[in-house]
Ligand binder design. Structure first.
Ligand SMILES: [Zn+2]
Ligand SMILES: [Zn+2]
Length: 140
């Protein structure tokens, strides 16, 4: 059996002011939930972009000091990178933009302003112009 207090509460909910209070409370809770999830999504998105930017991007480099190729991380935006960067192997600031040779698989230095050059390891010609004069890859 329901107590006197519960009965009164049900009456209050089902008629007059109680009904409106219930609706308003529901709406406020709903709006709060929506705003909360949107906020969460936004911060999550921004955090993702920020961490990608902070981590930078992975590039292939060729070191003039130890004459070896490797991969390292540089700033996300090309205009924020000052070449040469630190070599991931010998830690000398002698690492220049590199590219992996399709013939021998080694990383060779990629000369600035040149899209066709020989691999320093096997001598195979590396052509960055792409097939049938397609778009050139972005400048480093
Ligand atoms: Zn090195
Ligand atoms: Zn090669």
């Amino acid at each position: 059996m329901a107590s006197e207090g519960q009965n009164r509460f049900r009456e209050w909910i089902n008629e007059g002011a109680g009904r409106w209070v219930t609706i308003v409370v529901c709406l406020v809770v709903l709006a709060g939930a929506v705003a909360g999830s949107v906020h969460l999504l936004r911060t999550h998105k921004n955090r993702g972009v920020q961490s990608v930017k902070n981590a930078g991007r992975r590039v292939e480099v060729f070191c003039r000091s130890c004459r070896k190729g490797g991969t390292t991380r540089v700033a996300f935006y090309a205009d924020e990178v000052t070449w040469p960067v630190e070599c991931p192997l010998c830690k000398q600031q002698q690492a220049y933009p590199g590219i992996r040779c399709r013939n021998c698989g080694n990383i060779t230095e990629r000369p600035a302003n040149r899209d066709v050059f020989p691999c320093t390891h096997c001598g195979a010609v590396i052509d960055l112009r792409g097939p049938s004069g397609g778009p050139t890859p972005p400048k480093l």
